[in-house]
Design a protein around this ligand. Structure first.
Ligand code: N01
Length: 520
C-alpha cells in the first residue's frame, strides 16, 4: 500500500495484484483466534502519514489482528489505495523481455501486461506450509490452516479439536481455542521457549506521550538494530538481569528466576552469545515449566531440549502454559513418536488415536522465498528464479537479483526484514525503491540490476554476520534457515547486521552512484 502511495507521486501508471479479496496481507489471512502483533502497536504502524499518527488510537500494547486489519483498511480508504489494485488475482508468471526492457506479467485470470518495473511486495511469511501427512485427504472433519483462516470465523463449541504446531501461531491460538472447544489435543513436535507478552490496554496518558514524541520515536526506530524505539520496549515489562549468567551461583540464578520469571532469561549478557551460558538458561527455563505445570508428564512434554534459546523467532504468549492445566487440554509429545496417519475421524500416533471433529494446522510458512518461487519468474535469457535460487536465495541487499533487471523485492532475503519491525523495514525499502525509480526516470536509464560480483559479496556478508549467533547454531532448525521445509537448502536468509547499519549501507550505495548495480 505504501509503495502504491509513493509510486503515484512519481506519476507512474500502476497496476497492483493481490490474491486476497482486500488489503491487509498477513493481517488479512491470519485471522485465527488469538492472532495479534508481537511488536508494540505504536511502533508497528506507518510513519509516513503524520496526521494519522496523531489521529489513530491503538487500544492495546500489542494490537489484535482485528485492530490491525481495521488500521490497514483505514489507510486504504484514506489514501484511496484500492483503485490501483486488482483483488482476487494471482500473478502466475513473469518473464523479462529484453527487446522491450519490460516484464511480461501473467495472472491467473488470463490477463497479461507489460511492466517496465516490477515490485514484489509478496511478504516473508505468506506461503502457508501444510505438511503432507499420510491419510490427510481422508479426514472428514473441518480442516483449517492458521495462515488462511476463514473470514466468517470458526465455532469450536462442543467440538473435539486437534492442533498441529506450537510456533507463534499455535501458541497464540491454543489458549483461546481451549476456552471454547470441548477438547483440545495439541500435537507438538518441538516445544517452544516463549516469553510472556505482557499485553494490556494503553492509557490515554501513555498515548498522548507517544503522540507528542513520534518524531523521536521514528528516529530511534531507524537508528536501532531491530527498528524498535525505547518507547515500545518501555511499554512491555522489562525485567533485565545485570550480569552474565555464568558469573552467578546456582542459588543466585534461582533467585533471579523467581524475580523475573521467563522474561529475565534472554536478558543475561551472555545467553545469546555463549552456548554454555545459553544451556544454563535453558535448564532454568525447564525448572520454571516444572513449577507452573500441574501434571508432571505434561511438564516433561513441554520442556524444550536440544536447541538454544534465541535460535528460533522469539515467541510471545498470553496464558499459553495455563492452557495445559485445563482439564480439556491434552498434550501429545511427538518426540516420543510422530503422527502415523490421519483417518476419516482421527489422528493416529504412537501414543494412541485421537478422535477429532476439527483439525487445525499451525504449521507455518515456506518463509522468505516461498511466495516468490511460487511465481514462474524468468529473468534475462529465460533464467528461472527457482534455478538461480536452487542452493538458497541470492540477492544484492535483498532488493534485487543479478539477471533480473528492474525487479525489486520489498524485504527480500538478505535484508533485515523479519529480524526487524516489519513496518520500519518495509518503509525503508519502499523509500529506497521510489528514490531509485525517480533516479532512473530523470536520468533516462532503462534498466538497473546488480552485478554478480556485488551480489556474491553481499550474500557472503549476510552469511558471515549470521555465524556465531544462536540463529545458526548447529542444533538450530528454524524457518529462518529454511529447516521447516523438506528439501529446502539450509541457508540463514535474513540479514542480522541490524536495520540501522543496513540503512546506512543502502544510503552509501546510492551516494556512490548505485555502487554494485549496473545502470544501462
Ligand atoms: O510457524 P512456525 P508459525 N508435524 O514455523 C510444527 C510469525 N508470526 O505460523 O518446530 C508436526 O514458527 C513446527 O514444529 P517444529 C512469526 O515470525 C508472528 O507459528 O518444526 N509439527 C512448529 O511447532 C513466526 O515465527 C506472530 O518441529 C509440525 C509449527 O508447526 C512465523 O510467523 C504470530 C509439522 C510451525 O511453527 C511463523 O509462525 C504468528 C509436522 N509435519 C506468526 N510441520 C505474531 O505474534 C510443522 N510443524 C506477530
Amino acid at each position: 500500500m505504501y509503495m502504491i502511495h509513493q509510486l503515484r507521486k512519481l506519476g507512474l501508471s500502476i497496476r497492483a495484484f493481490e490474491a486476497g479479496s482486500d488489503v491487509g496481507g498477513t493481517w488479512y489471512w491470519n485471522r485465527y483466534p488469538g492472532a495479534r502483533c508481537d511488536v508494540p502497536s505504536i511502533e508497528y504502524s506507518f510513519s509516513f502519514d503524520k496526521e494519522l499518527e496523531q489521529e489513530w488510537n491503538w487500544s492495546e500494547v500489542m494490537a489484535s489482528q482485528e485492530e490491525i486489519l481495521v488500521y490497514a483498511n483505514h489507510i486504504a480508504e484514506r489514501h484511496d489505495i484500492r483503485r490501483d489494485i486488482a483483488f482476487n488475482t494471482r500473478v502466475i508468471r513473469m518473464e523479462f523481455d529484453d527487446t522491450r526492457d519490460s516484464w511480461l506479467v501473467e495472472t491467473d485470470h488470463g490477463e497479461s501486461l507489460y511492466a517496465h518495473y516490477c515490485v514484489m511486495a509478496t511478504g516473508c511469511l505468506s506461503m502457508p506450509n501444510k505438511p503432507p501427512i499420510a491419510g490427510d485427504k481422508d479426514f472428514r472433519g473441518e480442516v483449517y490452516h492458521t495462515g488462511t483462516w476463514p473470514k466468517e470465523g470458526v465455532d469450536f463449541v462442543g467440538k473435539k479439536v486437534g492442533i498441529i504446531g506450537t510456533g507463534s501461531s499455535g501458541v497464540q491460538a491454543i489458549p483461546v481455542i481451549a476456552e471454547s472447544a470441548e477438547e483440545l489435543v495439541i500435537f507438538q513436535r518441538t516445544p517452544v521457549y516463549t516469553l510472556p507478552a505482557f499485553n494490556r490496554p494503553l492509557s490515554d496518558k501513555y498515548r498522548n506521550e507517544v503522540k507528542a514524541s513520534y518524531a523521536d520515536i521514528r528516529k530511534m526506530q531507524r537508528e536501532s538494530p531491530v527498528g524498535i524505539s525505547s518507547f515500545g520496549t518501555r511499554a512491555v515489562a522489562q525485567v533485565p538481569v545485570p550480569q552474565k549468567i555464568v558469573d552467578l551461583t546456582p542459588e543466585e540464578r534461582q533467585a533471579e528466576l523467581a524475580r523475573t520469571g521467563f522474561s529475565g532469561l534472554r536478558t543475561y549478557a551472555d545467553v545469546l552469545s555463549d552456548l554454555s551460558a545459553n544451556e544454563i538458561a535453558c535448564d532454568l527455563y525447564r525448572d520454571k515449566i516444572e513449577e507452573i505445570i500441574d501434571n508432571p508428564e505434561t511438564a516433561e512434554g513441554l520442556k524444550p531440549h536440544g536447541y538454544p534459546i534465541g535460535c528460533k523467532r522469539q515467541v510471545f504468549d498470553s496464558n499459553y502454559y495455563a492452557a495445559f492445566n485445563r482439564d480439556n487440554v491434552t498434550l501429545v509429545d511427538l518426540r516420543k513418536g510422530g503422527i502415523e496417519r490421519i483417518t476419516a475421524t482421527s489422528v493416529q500416533t504412537d501414543q494412541g488415536q485421537f478422535d477429532l471433529d476439527v483439525l487445525v494446522y499451525a504449521t507455518g510458512f515456506d518463509a522468505m522465498t516461498g511466495a516468490l518461487k511460487r511465481i514462474d519468474i524468468r529473468g534475462r535469457g529465460g533464467q528461472r528464479l527457482t534455478d538461480k535460487w536452487v542452493d538458497g536465495p541470492r540477492a544484492y541487499l535483498g532488493i534485487q537479483m543479478a539477471g533480473f533487471p528492474n525487479l525489486f523485492t520489498i524485504t527480500g532475503p538478505g535484508s533485515p526484514s523479519v529480524l526487524s519491525n516489519m513496518l520500519v523495514a518495509i518503509e525503508q525499502h519502499v523509500d529506497w525503491i521510489r528514490d531509485c525509480l525517480e533516479h532512473l526516470e530523470t536520468e533516462h536509464i532503462d534498466t538497473i540490476e546488480p552485478t554478480e560480483d556485488a551480489e556474491n559479496k553481499w550474500v557472503d556478508h549476510v552469511n558471515e554476520v549470521g555465524q556465531g549467533t544462536m540463529f545458526t547454531a548447529p542444533t538450530c532448525n528454524s524457518w529462518y534457515l529454511g529447516a521447516n521445509i523438506v528439501g529446502k537448502p539450509r541457508i540463514f536468509m535474513p540479514y542480522v547486521g541490524g536495520i540501522h547499519r543496513y540503512r546506512a549501507k543502502c544510503e552509501a550505495v546510492v551516494a556512490n552512484n548505485y555502487e554494485g548495480f549496473r545502470l544501462e
